[in-house]
Design a protein around this ligand. Structure first.
Ligand SMILES: [Zn+2]
Length: 402
């Protein structure tokens, strides 16, 4: 829940442990003092001055762990998720998707997610007659609202003709139109470019290394970043060699591609929880795509391969950030904790998995305050029960958040 006590103009949280993804173990008995929304002091190991007589609200955090406000590096704010996530994004009315977006914004903050990187939204005709990607509409609406997360958004997906569900994305018939399409999204105000590097045949990348390098050059010149969707190896190879800013999903990597990602400082954004989620649909839905025997084993194989790919990336020294893929996958907006669990289940150390949803995500987001707890920074954090550096399911057990 959000807390009125934590919203007081001067507040001290005492007695909590701290887990911020920079250490392998929690730091006990931390005191954090907040003044007008920013952290003005932080002490460890019980070394804090006596805060009881300083005319501030004191919150006894003993028995909780303080974790930074989280960063969801792969989200789709204007879509609801669930087992029919694609239909929802294609068929649902514009007003409904914007209402869903508001619900998502509220759910994110309650779940301790304060920064969101939206990597694709439908572009729709608005009431004013203008066509605009819905993630940019939500981002602009939420600017300065304390009840909504900070957002950087990609506008719509850009992919090759036939690669994405019809009616969802910006499709280019040939690579010659790619730069123009990228320029249009940047002109709309996109903070990043979402490039879809699965082709109509998923195993053939639709654009060459040179073509993607030209996109990266244009985006960087305009102060934007490039996020490349690659669920197969061919797209990941192009993304790694073109030195995009991030590979999204990266479900199929090999050692040399992982090494190339590391050498070119490309962040991997993991989205493993989607595979856990669709596995659960075997018994919770009757949808053929998830429930038939052939598809059940294909999804299981896909997950095994994706988990091995994350380990290869980790071993090669690739920076790993994490996203829920809510809306553009089956997860919901308040389920980023599931991705941390999925990373740990894949063999990633809990502190690295926590880093992926905090400071690593902040680095990719491009804000040194995002996902970090530091004196002078904004006071966005949650108090959870349990030790997330031993058991990541602690991130579900939020007592208070701000
Ligand atoms: Zn996605």
């Amino acid at each position: 829940m959000t807390s009125t006590r934590l919203q007081a103009s001067r507040v001290a949280v005492v007695g909590a442990a701290l887990a911020d993804g920079t250490t392998e173990q929690v730091r006990p008995d931390v005191t954090v003092v907040i003044e007008r929304g920013r952290i003005s002091g932080m002490w460890f190991d019980g070394a804090a001055p006596d805060v009881s007589d300083l005319n501030m609200t004191v919150v006894d955090g003993s028995g909780t762990t303080l974790v930074p406000g989280m960063v969801d590096s792969h989200a789709h704010l204007s879509m609801p998720g669930g087992a029919r996530w694609i239909e929802r994004g294609v068929l649902d009315a514009t007003d409904e998707l914007l209402t869903v977006g508001e619900e998502n914004g509220e759910a994110l903050v309650r779940a301790g997610v304060r920064w969101v990187r939206d990597v694709g939204a439908p572009q729709r005709r608005l009431a004013n007659g203008r066509h605009r990607p819905l993630n940019l509409v939500l981002r602009d609406r939420w600017l300065g609202l304390p009840t909504r997360p900070y957002v950087r958004a990609a506008g719509s997906w850009i992919g090759a003709d036939g690669a994405l569900p019809p009616g969802l994305a910006i499709e280019v018939a040939h690579a010659g139109n790619l730069i123009h399409a990228v320029g249009e999204q940047l002109n709309q105000g996109a903070d990043l470019v979402k490039l879809y590097l699965d082709g109509p045949d998923r195993h053939i990348a639709p654009f060459s290394i040179d073509e993607v390098q030209a996109v990266v050059a244009l985006a960087h010149e305009r102060g934007a970043r490039v996020a490349a969707h690659a669920s197969s190896l061919s797209g990941a190879v192009v993304a790694a060699n073109a030195a995009v800013d991030s590979v999204e999903h990266g479900f199929v990597l090999d050692r040399s591609t992982a090494e190339r990602l590391a050498a070119n400082h490309v962040t991997l954004v993991s989205t493993l929880a989607v595979l856990h989620s669709v596995q659960s649909f075997r018994t919770t839905t009757t949808i053929e795509r998830f429930a038939s025997d052939a598809n059940v084993s294909a999804i299981a194989e896909r997950r095994e391969c994706a988990e091995e790919s994350v380990r290869l990336a980790r071993d090669a020294g690739v920076a790993i950030a994490a996203g829920s893929d809510f809306g553009g996958g089956s997860l919901r907006a308040n389920q980023l904790a599931w991705e941390v669990e999925a990373l740990v289940a894949a063999g990633i150390e809990p502190h690295q998995a926590l880093a992926a949803v905090t400071w690593r995500g902040g680095d990719l987001y491009g804000d040194r305050d995002a996902g970090r707890i530091r004196v002078g920074g904004p006071a966005h954090f949650s108090l959870v029960h349990g030790d997330p550096l031993v058991d990541p399911s602690a991130l579900w057990r939020i007592w208070l958040t701000r």
